[in-house]
Design a protein around this ligand. Structure first.
Ligand SMILES: O=C(O)c1cc(=O)[nH]c(=O)n1[C@@H]1O[C@H](COP(=O)(O)O)[C@@H](O)[C@H]1O
Length: 254
């Protein structure tokens, strides 16, 4: 219901539309985007969920955004995982650690039809990586296979991009998922990589010389973003960077 009310507010035209929205908001007060508590405004978190969300700040791995120990000033930092097996993209950032209220919010966007919360989550992305967004010629989502798109009716990462950058910067169909893959939940890194091999293809676009920013909801092992980045680099993209809402960090309750 919260989603419908917010959509009605945004799309409600004229006096009657706005009056209906205010009436609905009286009957259905805005609720936290991560739990059933009431909030002052739509698209907001209650104080408890806000406290629970671990927004990433401070020194991070330059390639995946995982918090790491500080190094020398100006030093490019790496987490153990990226140092051992560097991803093909150049820079990566994540807005928060996957877990608790942050996980619940992402699941609301992904599986709960809560497209109304995309602008709030996009503002977290914007805060996490203003430089990567500025640098990008094209901001593109990790694609969903048509069968999953049919079931879900939207691509959550494309919805984030819609709220993040103007139309001329969006590459919503830059990549295609040409093979259906099962949900990656519970799969090991090697299983994820082999499932994704040949699952992604480039759409009918010329990316040569372009700086591409890939957006996804969650980065776990990085297998999905690696598969996407490889395709773009093989097609001579100048650089690929990645931005996710959340980073799964071991022992952080994901
Ligand atoms: O949609 C999924 O497959 C999925 C299920 C799940 O429970 N968790 C999860 O992270 N994913 C997706 O798996 C990808 C991240 O996993 P890695 O490829 O291992 O980094 C993202 O595209 C997520 O949307």
């Amino acid at each position: 219901m919260a989603g419908q009310i917010e959509v009605a507010r945004r799309e409600g035209k004229g006096l009657v539309g706005r009056a209906l929205f205010h009436l609905a908001a009286l009957v259905y007060p805005p609720r936290c985007i991560a739990c059933p508590s009431e909030t002052d405004a739509p698209g907001a978190l209650c104080a408890e969920c806000w406290r629970q969300i671990e927004f990433i700040s401070g020194p991070v791995c330059a390639q995946c955004g995982t918090p790491v120990e500080a190094g020398a000033p100006g030093q490019r930092l790496s987490c153990d995982s990226c140092a051992l097996d560097p991803p093909p993209w150049r820079d990566g950032r994540a807005a928060l650690i996957y877990g608790g209220a942050g996980r619940r919010v992402i699941l609301q966007l992904k599986h709960g039809d809560r497209l109304d919360i995309a602008p709030t989550l996009a503002s977290w992305l914007a805060r996490a990586a203003p430089d990567l967004i500025d640098r990008a010629d094209i901001v593109a989502p990790v694609p969903l296979h048509w069968s999953r798109l049919f079931r879900r009716r939207y691509n959550q990462s494309a919805e984030l991009i819609r709220a993040l950058v103007p139309p001329q910067k969006r590459g919503q169909d830059l990549l295609r998922r040409v093979k259906s893959t099962p949900l990656l939940d519970g799969k090991r890194r090697d299983e994820r990589s082999s499932l994704l091999a040949e699952a992604i293809a480039l759409g009918p676009h010329d990316v040569a010389g372009k700086s591409i920013l890939l957006v996804d909801d969650v980065l776990t092992t990085g297998a999905t973003l690696r598969a996407c980045a490889r395709i773009l680099l093989t097609a001579d993209a100048k650089e690929v960077n990645v931005l996710t809402l959340a980073r799964v960090v071991r022992d952080k309750g994901a």
